[in-house]
Design a protein around this ligand. Structure first.
Ligand SMILES: Cc1cc2nc3c(=O)[nH]c(=O)nc-3n(C[C@H](O)[C@H](O)[C@H](O)COP(=O)(O)OP(=O)(O)OC[C@H]3O[C@@H](n4cnc5c(N)ncnc54)[C@H](O)[C@@H]3O)c2cc1C
Length: 393
């Protein structure tokens, strides 16, 4: 089977890339070993926010949010984006202010609010005197399955082919093309995009590439709301009690909070040996320990006392693929000697909200040799934060 471009991975990044390439009239195939979306995109909390201290990521989140708002006009399918607004609570006043300043300079609505304003939005929320609250009104969440499927169906309508249940077994660089061997035959293409989530580093290790990617277990728990409570109807980013949450009907989803993900300093962030991709099983999915779930529940109760009797009802803990500076990799692999190979990986726990733009930027790289919609140097393989890791990994 011959295509101009083959995309490995039917997550939100791979399907978005295929959609944008199909719009550019490229002949494109997505190869997915499971179904769309079998990986992280099927397990994501799907929160969409622009709360980032890195101006490039704030911009990419803003442009992606704009796409989510008009998803059905662009694709013909509904991603069910729900705007709830987001409250970020921190005791690191400077860090929060820095993030709000960056967002404002990127034209994103966000402001510091006082306790009374916070309680107008979330009446039962406690705010201590040493804590500060930021409000991002345009944040919310979407349906991740509908998003990935929407991108894939829209790509198909434009002529792309989506091969589900098709596992890539090996990839081989030929003189001017790629040969992709799968469990159901061989694919030839001029350009190859790898957006295989946590499996990307292992797949590319066949080519002698050592990607600066680490794996982090990312716990998620669902709690039943106590009857008659209505707290936390917005996205909550509670860096004091170390959880984020979003409402899910009669349940509330809580997940792990890492300040480096959005507003913390990553310069001295040291990733341990056992988190290197080469030490981990990319398909690992664990369970959340009772102690961790209890810590989330205590955090939720500290912020919303009326939620103190919320009961855990389900949990899971897949890996996310992170980089040393918690920013994605969106680049071609010429620095590894493969100019017709393109990488979209290391999405560092924020790839869902960025997926509309990640796909567009990757498609532009393939089509024009550069990302035209915005500067992507913050996501290049040659950025400073990744250099040491590439030599050591
Ligand atoms: C628990 C959790 C919560 C999260 N919450 C958020 C959030 O609230 N907001 C946010 O923005 N981001 C969040 N993220 C991160 C976000 O989900 C990811 O960044 C995003 O889904 C990455 O998409 P992807 O397409 O790169 O990878 P994936 O969705 O993992 O897709 C990769 C695909 O490649 C396929 N594949 C792998 N190997 C092969 C092979 N050999 N052959 C064929 N196919 C292959 C896999 O089956 C998979 O479907 C969260 C992640 C997790 C795990």
């Amino acid at each position: 089977m011959k295509y101009e471009v083959v995309v490995i991975g039917g997550g939100t990044w791979g399907c978005s890339t295929a959609y944008h390439l199909a719009r550019m009239k490229r002949s494109v195939a997505v190869i997915e070993r499971g179904y769309v979306p079998y990986g992280q995109s099927g397990h994501t909390s799907a929160i969409i926010r622009q709360f980032y201290v890195n101006p490039a990521t704030a911009r990419m989140a803003r442009m992606s949010l704009e796409f989510f708002r008009h998803f059905s006009e662009y694709t013909g399918y509904n991603a069910f984006f729900k705007q709830t607004g987001m409250l970020a609570i921190s005791d690191d006043v400077d860090a929060l202010r820095r993030t709000v300043d960056v967002m404002k300079s990127e034209g994103i609505k966000c402001k510091i609010i006082d306790k009374d304003e916070a309680n107008l939005l979330e009446p039962s929320m406690t705010v201590a005197s040493d804590e500060v609250v930021a409000y991002e009104p345009d944040a919310g969440f979407a349906n991740p399955v509908a998003t990935a499927v929407g991108f894939s169906r829209a790509a198909e309508a434009l002529g792309a082919r989506i091969y589900q249940g098709t596992e890539v077994l090996s990839i081989e660089a030929k003189s001017s093309s790629w040969s992709v061997r799968t469990n159901s035959g061989e694919f030839d293409c001029e350009k190859l995009v790898v957006a295989a989530g946590t499996n990307t580093p292992r797949l590319l290790s066949q080519l002698g590439m050592r990607l600066p990617v680490f794996f982090l277990p990312f716990p998620v728990c669902y709690f039943m709301r106590p009857e008659g409570t209505n707290s936390a109807q917005r996205v909550i980013f509670d860096t004091v009690n170390n959880y984020y949450s979003k409402p899910e009907g009669d349940q509330i989803l809580l997940g792990a909070m890492h300040s480096e993900m959005s507003y913390g300093e990553t310069h001295d962030f040291a990733l341990p040996e056992n988190m290197r991709w080469s030490s981990c099983d990319p398909d690992f999915t664990g369970r959340v320990s009772y102690d961790t779930a209890s810590a989330y529940s205590a955090g939720l109760a500290a912020r919303f006392p009326e939620m103190s009797s919320a009961r855990i009802c389900r949990d899971f803990m897949p890996y996310i693929d992170i980089t040393p500076d918690w920013e994605p990799i969106i680049d071609n692999a010429s620095s590894f000697g493969f100019p017709s190979l393109y990488l979209g990986c290391g999405s560092s726990g924020h790839g869902f909200k960025l997926s509309p733009m990640a796909g567009r930027l990757l498609a532009e790289l393939v089509e024009y040799g550069e990302s035209r919609s915005m500067d992507t140097s913050a996501y290049s393989l040659s950025r400073k934060a990744l250099k040491n890791e590439q030599s050591e990994n």
